[in-house]
Write a protein that binds this ligand. Sequence first.
Ligand SMILES: C[S@@+](CC[C@H](N)C(=O)[O-])C[C@H]1O[C@@H](n2cnc3c(N)ncnc32)[C@H](O)[C@@H]1O
Length: 219
Amino acid sequence: MSNYNSSYLKGWGAMYPPEELIRFVNFIPKYSNLNIQKSDVVDLGCGIGGCSWFLANNFRHILAIDNSIEALKKVPKVMSYFNINKKKITTRLMDFKNFQLDKNYNFIIDNRSLYNQSFSEFLKSFKYLKSKLNKDGLFFTSFFGKKTSIIKQSEKVNNNEYIVKRSNLKIGGRQVFVGSNTMNKYFKNNGFKICNYENILIFRDKLLVEKHVYYLKIS
Ligand SMILES: C[S@@+](CC[C@H](N)C(=O)[O-])C[C@H]1O[C@@H](n2cnc3c(N)ncnc32)[C@H](O)[C@@H]1O
């Protein structure tokens, strides 16, 4: 059962992609020779489709997956708001814990979704997704770092895994907060090539948020 359902029912959810995803799409030709307009994309943990509509404007087809039925119910409205042809997107109710993609993709997008798991499940997702990425394909992933303030009010499960308390501002639940050194090592030892890395520090609701943004390839 999705942790996010009740928040989506209350109107939570982003309508727009973050600037780092827009930057990624612009920089793709620097890192890959694949033709964007002829490529299909998976949008992992798509929410209400705030990234999916933007991706649909740039790529051939979007498979948007999430384990929140309430989020997925809102995707068609967001698509029509941005005049996206509904044939360009397929939504699927799936959980990262046991999800299966029926083909390989040129591009895989995780805008702060995979981190909503235990650390071992998080790493397992990367391993699985690597097997679903085509040669010369790019995997955009963004997750939180250890400088993020809410860690201090969260219960530590292990070095990279915390139970975040639910509040008006936070969804809460089991989440990964990890340092870039740990992930750099993991990616390098598990067949990924890091094409680009951004460390983003922002204040949100007066609290510090650290984001790690990676563009990955198969090494
Ligand atoms: C922080 S939101 C990001 C939403 C979207 N990517 C965006 O940028 O607007 C995280 C999303 O991941 C989804 N999610 C969390 N855990 C999941 C899981 N185990 N399987 C599938 N989706 C999950 C949530 O329902 C939520 O929509």
